[in-house]
Design a protein around this ligand. Structure first.
Ligand SMILES: [Fe+2]
Length: 199
């Protein structure tokens, strides 16, 4: 079977996203494409995509469509680095490149969750997921999937690929104890013309 290139993957994902209206149908169609990409040559990942940060997990842009279309990032967690508890505001497909990606899911218990509410949010910890290399997980919005992901302190570096249905430049970060959420701007490292720069 010929190698599955990044260009083919993006083209196929844009086709599936355009064909299906329901996010649950989109992630079902895209999930095997992510697995195929992970199981092929990973030459499309350049050294810039493995950049890490000493103080927090790193987000490195791999691809962003013009406008508000699909976006693809590598996320790099050094041991002990985690996201905050967060949502996404779109669908997503996550594939593990190396290491073990750990996910702590949260259940939202307050009613009328689709309403824009930033306080009085009741969260309870749900189940955990441990994702080895080449595994794929997905999520859909409305109501949003709320979780935190990262790398346990006693494990080696973890690197994963995250495809989103929009440019992922912001998301809500949740304070589970206070029952509040705050919109935060999500910075990433951008790669242009073979150079890396902080965005
Ligand atoms: Fe997430």
């Amino acid at each position: 079977m010929p190698n599955y290139t990044l260009e083919s993957f993006i083209s196929d994902c844009e086709d599936r996203a355009g064909t299906h209206g329901e996010p649950a149908d989109i992630v079902r169609a895209v999930m095997p494409l992510m697995h195929r990409l992970l199981c092929g040559s990973r030459d499309f990942l350049r050294p810039e995509h493995f950049r890490s940060e000493p103080d927090h997990y790193a987000r490195n842009l791999v691809y962003a469509a013009d406008g508000a279309g699909l976006s693809l990032y590598t996320l790099v967690w050094l041991p002990g680095q985690w996201t905050p508890v967060h949502d996404h505001g779109t669908w997503g497909v996550v594939g593990v490149v190396e290491g073990l990606l750990e996910e702590q899911n949260y259940m939202r218990l307050d009613p009328d969750q689709i309403l824009e509410r930033h306080a009085g949010i009741e969260l309870r910890r749900g189940g955990l997921v441990l994702l080895p290399p080449s595994s794929v997980s997905t999520f859909v919005p409305n109501p949003d999937h709320i979780h935190k992901t990262g790398c346990a302190v006693d494990r080696p570096r973890c690197v994963s690929l995250h495809l989103y249905g929009r440019t992922m430049n912001s998301f809500y970060s949740y304070d589970a104890e206070a029952g509040t959420r705050t919109l935060i701007q999500a910075a990433h490292n951008e790669t242009r013309l073979g150079q890396s720069e902080a965005a």
